[in-house]
Design a protein around this ligand. Sequence first.
Ligand SMILES: NC(=O)c1ccc[n+]([C@@H]2O[C@H](COP(=O)([O-])OP(=O)(O)OC[C@H]3O[C@@H](n4cnc5c(N)ncnc54)[C@H](OP(=O)(O)O)[C@@H]3O)[C@@H](O)[C@H]2O)c1
Length: 318
Amino acid sequence: MVWNKLNGKVLVVGASGQVGAAMCRFLRGTNRGELVLPAARTPQDGWVTLDLATLVDSADVREALASEELSAIVCTAGWTHVDGCEGDPARSLQVNATGPAVLAGYAWERRVPLVYYSTDYVFNGFDATPGPYAEQDPTDPLCVYGRDKLVGEQQVLGYHPEALILRTSGVYGADEQGKNFVYQVLKRLTLGQSVRVPEDQSSTPAYNEDLARATFALLEAGERGIFHACGPDVVNRKQFAERIAREFGFSTAGIEGVRTVTLSQPAPRPLVAGLDSAKLARTCPDAPMRSIHDALNDCRPALEASIAVWRQEAMVTA
Ligand SMILES: NC(=O)c1ccc[n+]([C@@H]2O[C@H](COP(=O)([O-])OP(=O)(O)OC[C@H]3O[C@@H](n4cnc5c(N)ncnc54)[C@H](OP(=O)(O)O)[C@@H]3O)[C@@H](O)[C@H]2O)c1
């Protein structure tokens, strides 16, 4: 389904999250900026209020969106707390699968494209079947979050046969929330604290700005179905932390690698995971997913500003 930009606004559901905010920034940076319609479950001025936890059928969204001219729905919203999902599978299924599927049905009714985001947690990451995975590789999620994102993919495609599904992993970059892995590592290093991270979980981190660009390139090309959208580097968490440290001039001495099993996390993670994004690179050569080095350089000013703030705060409390 081709994205007809002139038909109306792009509804970005989950605009308060890392990926949703990157989508809004990307659109606002183009001359289509006025066409962003952010949505979140918490009411905000000028935003649509939509709670995936309450969506049962398209009637639930029709009223909220009836007066809006829409050109596409980009559903970045989801319950991303992997261990939380393990403890509350009903909420996970509703927010990660059923709610997005309702949105997909509504988008199909309105004949507009729908984008849904999934994860490399739909794969098992076993040594015998290791990542980085291609789109057609067999799925086998180990945890509730991964299972429900896979159910979400299937339900979204069931309700919207032309939906676009982007699987991604370890999303990072400048972000107002400041919660992603790069912020966690840089904050601890700035404050002189040690960084304890698993050294047996590998993935292919994705730069949030590139993910946004790739999303709209795929929409513009009228693509549908599943695409993997990650950077080219395959790193474990310790290696990723070390690269971040080196890029910003910190010593790597305080970065300690641990085995996942010692962390006693409720949700099992795929260990040798990550995604092969060759199909995306072939389809959209003008929207490359950059290396960690290039991506960190791209967002360096925002990250250095955060480092300056943490240094200042540390001095005030010292
Ligand atoms: N970040 C990653 O590394 C990563 C990796 C693989 C896949 N993904 C997928 O990419 C998508 C975006 O991830 P993200 O990193 O942007 O996540 P995030 O920063 O945790 O943001 C999640 C967004 O979903 C919203 N949300 C949560 N529950 C909701 C509900 N019941 N109704 C409506 N909105 C709700 C949140 O709103 P509030 O602000 O109100 O909580 C927030 O805007 C997700 O689908 C995730 O599964 C992310």
